[in-house]
Design a protein around this ligand. Structure first.
Ligand code: GDP
Length: 579
């Protein structure tokens, strides 16, 4: 197809597709991004790729050139593709707007040799939580043994060059990974066989090293978006803009990096941003993008814009941005807008996240790097399988307020814990868990809780009394007085060493504790209903020194002496949770 046949790109008033890259560490996210960018840097500026703040822009023209071999007959209707530059959780969680995602699509990178890994699954969960569509890049196909490199070739063409062993290994791994996705409740299919977009997720085999499959990935991404999300991609004038990062830049003070998804921003616009200490009302001083000559390493120079239209990654300088919160929306105050109402809606972002915190009191503390990841963590902790309450308030009166040891805990997601903070925490008996995978935090916490439970169990083991009813066996009274030695049948319950025994028929007279149990002449720790065992009962004090034949007799039942306290301990430490 001649380029002239791709007429009027962007003619339908669509905005660029915003896309981010997710996946497990080392699956090749960065390399894939470099690969998508790299080939064109070599081809020079003609590729039309522009470096934006936090994102790289690929015009439709560029995508068309790179996918020419795929003979795609579909017109590219979007002006281009905006790929977020920082792959991974953080940028994705911050690309939020009222809990939904600003990302139209994500590329989920999976290493073909490793299959689904912990962060793959976590990325999946984040994508599902935000209802974000994604395409799976099954990366590192060049690492299949015997792979013949076909630089930047469409995947079908590249596969045709491979010998039987390579295609066999490929097919086995593909099938295996499709099964792994199925185990996560997802249908997946290699992209050119996928006829049910939306229900079945597409897999595009790629090599970020030699570029095979990358044309397919680009084209499929654009075509899929055009086909299934026209409404979402239709440009509207109303400003939709999210703060991705808050950064101090020499010569500019505190700046915010934003993604402008819809609408236009102008120098001098009055804006409202959500701040840690309340709404921030300020005026855009400058709208900046990287200098096009960035390759020449002109340090610290930005291009200034009078106005910028979506979709774009932009740096904004303005006064008073120090406490702005990443992951919240930026609002522009129009001539008819009520500024008080705007302030309120700016703060809603944070409040909607904080409202997930349990106000009832007990719970763990959480700390995250950004609002977006806080939201993701809270969401996770709330799921029924996890169900860890999160406490309100922060940093004050910790240790005394934390009566329950398990809640004297901070779950820190994606944040660095300084040595001082750690020392202070140790001093206060506060445990800090730190991870950059949410569910690792949860696993650590769970192990900790189990340990605490075990500890408590041990501490109170002497006081935990299990109910049991014993029947004295005829001709089995071996010693009548302290230590009393008898043959008994466990009529009901469970008999344990240490259990205090009393005689209900004689006003619950205490006769001592079980010192040992023998079953078939072998010492055991406990006996169950139906067992016939020999027991030794030792009096704990003089008062308990009782005698068989005088204080109790053959026909007397013996039972464990249960107190209010022992019931409480049983309930607290041994009851199977009802939840
Ligand atoms: P990230 O942690 O997901 O961003 O992974 P990187 O992009 O840093 O890649 C991790 C390692 O895998 C690096 O050494 C890359 O060079 C290598 N790598 C990434 N993609 C490919 C690929 O397609 N083929 C091969 N052979 N190596 C790759």
């Amino acid at each position: 197809l001649a380029p002239s046949e791709f007429i009027k790109e962007g003619g339908e008033n669509l905005r660029s597709i915003i896309c981010c890259i997710m996946g497990h560490v080392d699956s090749g996210k960065t390399k894939l991004l470099d690969c998508i960018r790299g080939t064109n840097v070599q081809e020079g500026e003609a590729g039309g790729i522009t470096q934006q703040i936090g994102a790289t822009y690929f015009p439709a023209k560029n995508i068309r050139e790179r996918t020419r071999e795929l003979k795609a007959d579909a017109k590219l209707k979007v002006p281009g593709l905006l790929v977020i530059d920082t792959p991974g959780h953080e940028s994705f969680t911050n690309l939020r707007s009222r809990g939904s995602s600003l990302c139209d699509l994500a590329i989920l990178v999976v290493d073909i040799k490793h299959g689904l890994e912990p962060q793959t699954i976590e990325s999946l969960n984040l994508l599902r939580m935000r209802n974000t569509e994604f395409i799976i890049a099954l990366n590192k196909v060049d690492r299949l043994y015997g792979w013949k490199t076909c630089k930047n070739a469409p995947i079908v063409k590249a596969m045709k060059q491979q010998n039987k062993d390579v295609t066999n290994e490929f097919n086995i791994r593909l099938t295996d990974i499709i099964t792994q996705f199925k185990e996560q409740g997802l249908n997946t299919e290699i992209y050119y066989k996928n006829k049910e977009m939306g229900e079945t997720f597409s897999i595009v085999p790629t090599s970020a090293k030699s570029g095979e499959g990358v044309p397919d990935l680009l084209l499929w991404l654009v075509q899929w978006a055009q086909k299934t999300m026209v409404e979402k991609l239709t440009y509207v004038d109303e400003v939709q803009c999210t703060v991705l990062e808050v950064k101090v830049i020499e010569g500019h003070g505190t700046t915010i990096d934003v993604v402008l998804v819809n609408g236009e921003l102008h120098e001098g616009d009055q804006i409202v941003v959500c701040g840690l200490q309340g709404p921030i009302v300020t005026t855009i001083r400058a709208l900046l993008t990287p200098h096009p000559m960035k390759e020449l390493r002109v340090k610290g120079t930005y291009l200034h814009h009078k106005e910028i239209k979506a979709a774009q990654g932009i740096k904004i300088t303005a006064q008073g941005l120090e406490h702005a919160i990443a992951g919240t929306s930026l609002h522009v105050v129009g001539p008819d807008d009520d500024i008080e109402a705007m302030k309120e809606s700016a703060m809603e972002d944070m409040e909607s996240v904080l409202s997930r915190i349990d106000k009832s009191g007990e719970g763990v503390y959480v700390q995250t790097s950004t609002l977006g990841s806080l939201e993701a963590l809270l969401e996770f902790l709330k799921t029924p399988a996890v169900n860890i309450p999160v406490s309100e308030g922060y940093n004050e009166g910790w240790s005394d307020a934390r009566e329950e040891k398990e809640y004297a805990t901070i779950l820190a997601f994606d944040v660095k814990v300084t040595t001082e903070a750690r020392e202070l925490a140790d001093e206060m008996g506060v445990k800090i868990f730190c991870a950059d995978i949410i569910y690792q935090l949860f696993n650590q916490f769970q192990v900790y809780i189990e340990n605490i439970k075990e500890e408590k169990k041990k501490e109170s083991a002497g006081e935990a009394v299990f109910p049991c009813v014993l029947q004295i066996l005829p001709n089995c009274v071996f010693n009548k007085r302290d230590p009393i030695i008898l043959g008994v049948k466990v009529h009901d319950g469970i008999l344990k060493i240490g259990t205090p025994i009393c005689v209900p028929g004689r006003e619950f007279t205490d006769i001592g504790r079980i010192a040992s149990i023998e079953n078939n002449h072998k010492p055991v720790d406990y006996a169950e209903k139906g067992d016939e065992v020999a027991i030794k009962i030792v009096a704990s004090n003089r008062e308990e020194q009782k005698m068989f034949g005088r204080h109790f007799d053959m026909e007397d039942e013996l039972v464990s002496h249960i107190s209010r306290r022992s019931i409480d301990i049983l309930k607290a430490d041994y009851m199977v949770s009802q939840g």
